[in-house]
Design a protein around this ligand. Structure first.
Ligand code: COA
Length: 233
């Protein structure tokens, strides 16, 4: 295999509407980084959904989450996904599967993309069990009525959702700076770091992963114990 082909093989495009990005997506991206050298979080302008957040907002929120993680890039894209993947010089689309209910839609999407460009492969990773039942829609539904969705989305997105629906961003005890807790010290200066103390993506007391600038090895960061912010349902 020549060098260029090897490089292409190490880049995965993780597309979605990300309205908004959830901790389930973050978990998937982290695990994608264990397989690929670089993951591009590709935020779709053309989506069958009617997003709550504008394309700019969706991109900006995700960028904040992954700031300080050079292996992860966030980009908007317009038009067909397969064309974008090709333009990006990649041949892998990364998608997550939560439950059997996802399968039919994902199967359709993957087969259509394969029909459009045969050389582009879709790779599926299973969502971690903690995030099996969450989706952007259900999180928005709860947040819109003032439900506490802390721990299901990164902290900056939690704040944005509270603002969007006109609820105060919690102060006092609810503030989690992401230090000293299970998340340990997140990536310096990144919202991802702040989110980690809450979402628990770093190893207990650890720092973000070295190496390819990706995320820590221990996804949920609870080291076999009780998950810090596991969904309570
Ligand atoms: N954990 C938790 N939830 C997850 C998850 C995970 N690991 N992975 C996906 N989800 C949820 C999301 O929250 C989202 O929930 P929602 O339906 O309530 O919004 C849902 O599963 C999937 O959304 P998302 O991951 O944002 O992707 P999508 O299905 O909205 O993305 C595109 C669809 C963008 C890939 C598709 O519309 C596209 O390719 N558009 C470009 C135009 C194009 O090429 N069209 C032809 C396609 S054949």
């Amino acid at each position: 295999m020549d060098d260029a082909r090897e490089r292409v093989g190490r880049l995965a495009i993780y597309p979605g509407t990300f309205d908004p990005l959830t901790n389930g997506h973050v978990s998937l991206i982290r695990r994608g980084c264990q397989i690929f050298d670089n993951v591009v979080v590709a935020v779709a302008a053309d989506t069958p959904k009617t997003p709550l957040f504008s394309l700019d907002e969706r991109v900006r929120m995700a960028e904040e989450v992954f700031a300080g993680h050079p292996a992860i890039t966030v980009e908007p894209f317009t038009g067909l996904l397969v064309d974008y993947v090709e333009r990006r010089g990649a041949n892998v689309i990364l998608r997550g599967l939560r439950a059997v209910s996802d399968f039919e839609y994902e199967f359709q999407l993957a087969l259509m993309n394969r029909k459009l460009k045969r050389h582009i492969q879709t790779v599926f990773l299973m969502t971690d069990y903690q995030w099996l039942y969450i989706s952007s829609t259900i999180i928005k539904a709860a947040a819109s009525l003032g439900g506490d969705i802390k721990g299901l989305v990164p902290e900056n997105i939690y704040r944005k959702l509270r603002e969007k629906y006109g609820y105060p961003y919690p102060l006092g005890d609810d503030i989690d700076l992401g230090i000293g807790g299970i998340g340990g010290t997140g990536a310096a200066g990144s919202a991802f770091g702040a989110g980690l103390g809450n979402g628990g993506f770093l190893p207990r007391g650890g720092t973000s992963a070295e190496g390819n600038g990706c995320l820590g090895p221990d996804d949920e960061g609870y080291g076999g114990g009780t998950p810090p912010m596991a969904p309570t349902f």
